[in-house]
Design a protein around this ligand. Sequence first.
Ligand SMILES: NC(=O)c1ccc[n+]([C@@H]2O[C@H](COP(=O)([O-])OP(=O)(O)OC[C@H]3O[C@@H](n4cnc5c(N)ncnc54)[C@H](OP(=O)(O)O)[C@@H]3O)[C@@H](O)[C@H]2O)c1
Length: 346
Amino acid sequence: MAIHSRQFLLAARPVGEPKPSDFRLETVELPSPAPGQLLVRNIVMSVDPYMRGRMSDTPSYAPSWLLGEPARGGAIGEVIEAGTPTDLGVPPIAPGTLVLHDAGWREHALVEAHQVTVIDPAPGTSLSYYLGTLGMPGLTAYTGLFHIADFRPGDTVFISGAAGAVGGVAGQLAKLRGASRVIGSAGSAEKVRFLTETLGFDAAFDYHAGPVGEQLRAAAPEGIDLFFDNVGGDHLEAAISSFRIGGRAALCGSISGYNATAPRPGPANISLLTGKRAMLKGFIVSDHWNLRQEFLDTAVPAVQDGRIQVPETVFDGLESAPHAFIGLLRGQNTGKMIVRLAAAGS
Ligand SMILES: NC(=O)c1ccc[n+]([C@@H]2O[C@H](COP(=O)([O-])OP(=O)(O)OC[C@H]3O[C@@H](n4cnc5c(N)ncnc54)[C@H](OP(=O)(O)O)[C@@H]3O)[C@@H](O)[C@H]2O)c1
């Protein structure tokens, strides 16, 4: 059966902060799935900071979106029609199955069956969790802490962008695994309260309230062992100054520069790394999907019994997606920013 469906295209490449007019909504007719394809009714979709890079045409680890072509990104939906299975080594996927795929920013998607991940939500979890705390951002937090920055029980940990999707999970996982002290930075007094009162951080500060270096020194007078960096810029410089001997940083992202229109200088104190025998290491989560089951074995029970909280900020309807994305870059989210496209099972 052919269906009509709405999707967002990239209409213009932004200079600086993206605008709603950089996106265009169009209606398309989707045919029945070809052999090996699935027709999916999307239920929830993700907006993520890395999409800012995909809107530009500068080379990056994630391919740029093409002008006039549909935007892409993580989404979960229900298979409503399956093409004839092909011999690609995947078991047939029946209508009604819930799948995670990369064709978000649209109400319906035609996807290749061998490229989707079947989602069977564990009791006590919601579908949207698999785009956030139990999805790519959660796995990013887990990978950065335990496989990049070599977390050790007793570490004093500093997390920038701590009230967001990745940062919130990183802080909670560090506490669960025995960090002696977890400190977070975020962009408002309300988020600072949320970190200490709801997510269990030992200390937090608003990076607008004073120099990051001074606030970090006040929160961790003895220094830090591990830095999980989502922000870059002044946060990275402050962490280097606060490193103890053997400090370790997982460089996850540098959102403070994503809308920059000119190259930004690196940390002025980088030479301190030598005497501190410190390490900065970047990583991309897509290189670490092999850790997904190990991560879920830790995170699902902790979500189910409340040791890990799952904050979300939800926008409703496909037409709200550009606003959710722009709002994410402006810090309008606490926890994972989600766009709900349809009710599950409707
Ligand atoms: N390496 C990887 O594989 C990987 C995977 C996923 C995500 N990431 C990176 O991880 C970081 C967090 O991603 P996420 O999905 O969890 O997003 P998020 O933290 O949920 O949302 C982005 C947050 O960034 C903060 N922000 C915006 N502009 C800022 C600025 N100039 N200075 C400081 N903070 C700013 C805002 O919070 P405030 O209100 O606190 O400002 C906003 O809520 C991003 O850098 C992203 O690119 C990397």
